[in-house]
Write a protein that binds this ligand. Structure first.
Ligand code: NAP
Length: 276
């Protein structure tokens, strides 16, 4: 890109108006005094290829992708990172100077970084992790936990077949437990992660038994509206280390911002404030 061209980035989804990413990236751009803009891009699935082909010509250096485009990027991109292939979805595209589109997935990075920052004593290899849910977010979390050395990952999902599918894909370090007996698995866990949408505003409450939670367990809810879910409230009451999902949303944005705008943004309390 020529020196006098202002770099552009954005988030591409359908719908996309709800996305907090423009606020986050806009804040970092202002704070770091960088030239650049980050905009919401509402693109229907049928228009995806055409729009992606034209964005670099308009000065775009990359985009985040969200629902419903995350999976289709694996087909459309020219280069797909191993991580995105494993997860089966991409959330960060970079338009390279050679004209190729590189697709990566930074959700797992965001998940790990959120826990490392907010539960500094967390040791992913210290014991089993329970993952509630088996959707897209669960895949990113499972790939990250595997990489981080978690010895056993117990997956509990309402639809058991989806959890079994993950077990087939990701191998023997995964174990599947019934959704209704998730409470037993939670009692044995060093790490508990809710990757379902339960507990989110407008969704039913997460009702698995939390009686067995014990002090020291690291409990993370990917839900961030509300910030304090029932899971996190009970976890705190029981002396666990409770970490909300907003940090993952912020940290997953860091690698893209750095690639596109050439500067690594700091994640601090002020960054969280911008999103609340
Ligand atoms: P998804 O692929 O649609 O998966 C949804 C999961 O929730 C599935 O496991 C589903 O179980 C389960 N579920 C939904 N309704 C349920 C119910 N009534 N009872 C029991 N289980 C239920 O969605 P996703 O992309 O993985 O996202 C899941 C959540 O993570 C969302 O709330 C999303 O906002 C959040 N998230 C947060 C971040 C972050 O940065 N903090 C990043 C990604 C996602 P079945 O298989 O039985 O349907």
């Amino acid at each position: 890109m020529s020196e006098d061209r202002i770099p552009l980035a954005g988030v591409m989804g359908h719908p996309v108006a709800h996305s907090r990413s423009p606020r986050l990236h806009g804040y970092w751009l202002r704070r770091l005094g960088l030239r650049g803009h980050y905009v919401p891009l509402d693109v229907a699935p049928g228009d995806l290829r055409d729009v992606l082909a034209s964005l670099p010509k308009a000065g775009f250096v990359g985009v985040n992708v969200t629902i419903p485009h995350k999976e289709s990027m694996l087909e459309i991109a020219d280069l797909v990172t191993d991580r995105a292939t494993l997860i089966g979805a991409a959330n960060t595209l970079t338009f390279q100077s050679d004209g190729r589109i590189r697709a990566d997935n930074t959700d797992g990075y965001g998940f790990l970084e959120n826990l490392r920052r907010n539960a500094p004593a967390w040791q992913p290899e210290a014991g089993p992790a329970v993952v509630l849910g088996a959707g897209g977010a669960a895949r990113a979390v499972i790939v990250a936990l595997r990489e981080a050395g978690t010895p056993e990952i117990v997956v509990c999902n309402r639809t058991r077949g989806r959890a079994e599918q993950l077990r087939q894909e990701f191998g023997p370090r995964l174990r599947v437990e019934d959704w209704v007996t998730a409470g037993h698995a939670i009692a044995e866990a060093a790490t508990v992660v809710n990757t379902t949408s339960l507990g989110m505003v407008g969704q039913p409450e997460l009702r698995v038994s939390l009686d067995g939670l014990h002090p020291g367990t690291v409990v993370n809810d990917l839900v961030y509206t509300p910030l304090e879910t029932r899971l996190l409230r009970v976890a705190r009451e029981k002396g666990c280390v409770a970490v909300d999902g907003l940090g993952m949303l912020i940290h997953q944005a860091v690698p893209g911002f750095e690639r596109w705008f050439g500067c690594r943004p700091e994640v601090d309390a002020a960054t969280r404030e911008v999103l609340l």
